[in-house]
Design a binder for this molecule. Structure first.
Ligand SMILES: [Zn+2]
Length: 189
């Protein structure tokens, strides 16, 4: 498949040392050594759709690791990654839509609690992205409905099958760390 640049030159696959992803992310982001396309004539650079998707997920993951509360643009970026409207996010979090609007419009900073919930929702989404595996979206649907139910009266009986050694090694925290590193491996450009 030949892709033409706007200038008429041929776009060729290349490793782009530096790609300004700011316009696509809506946040100041530079991608390093990303696989993309470069115009043989004007040297214009672009990314393909699947790379853009992977890069957006990688940006989301980097945001989760940031210290300090999210700023408006970062919180909005994460909401977009969840593919939720302000109203839908508010419903998931059990808060008023105006609250979401106010942190995204810089009227009020996001509260520590809401920041925490938002990052947790995105982390769940990154570990089990919709449509990627049989368990796809499971965590997301659990998070979506957890608020609708009263706490259980007694601990629920769990049946845990096929416990792998590497899962046994550690706590939930380690499991999440392992899932995150698998995620990053998948994102190697
Ligand atoms: Zn060109």
């Amino acid at each position: 498949m030949k892709i033409k640049c706007e200038c008429g030159g041929a776009m060729k696959e290349a490793t782009l040392k530096q790609f300004d992803f700011t316009a696509m992310a809506g946040l100041p982001v530079v991608l390093r050594n990303v696989r993309g396309l470069r115009c043989a004539k004007c040297k214009g650079q672009t990314l393909t759709g699947s790379t853009i998707e992977r890069a957006l997920s990688a940006v989301a993951f980097e945001l989760l690791k940031l210290e300090g509360r999210l700023v408006a643009e970062e919180a909005r970026f994460l909401r977009h990654r969840l593919q939720l409207t302000q109203k839908e996010l508010a419903a998931r979090m059990g808060i008023h839509p105006v609250t979401v609007g106010s942190w995204e419009s810089k009227i009020e900073p996001i509260s520590p609690q809401h920041d925490h919930i938002l990052r947790g929702m995105v982390l769940a989404e990154l570990i089990e992205p919709a449509g990627s595996e049989p368990r796809a979206g499971r965590m997301r649907s659990v998070l979506a409905q957890v608020r609708k139910h009263a706490p259980a009266k007694t601990p629920r009986r769990l049946v845990v099958a096929g416990v792998a050694k590497d899962r046994m090694r550690g706590s939930a925290e380690r499991f999440v760390a392992a899932a995150a590193s698998r995620l990053l491996e998948r994102m190697e450009w």
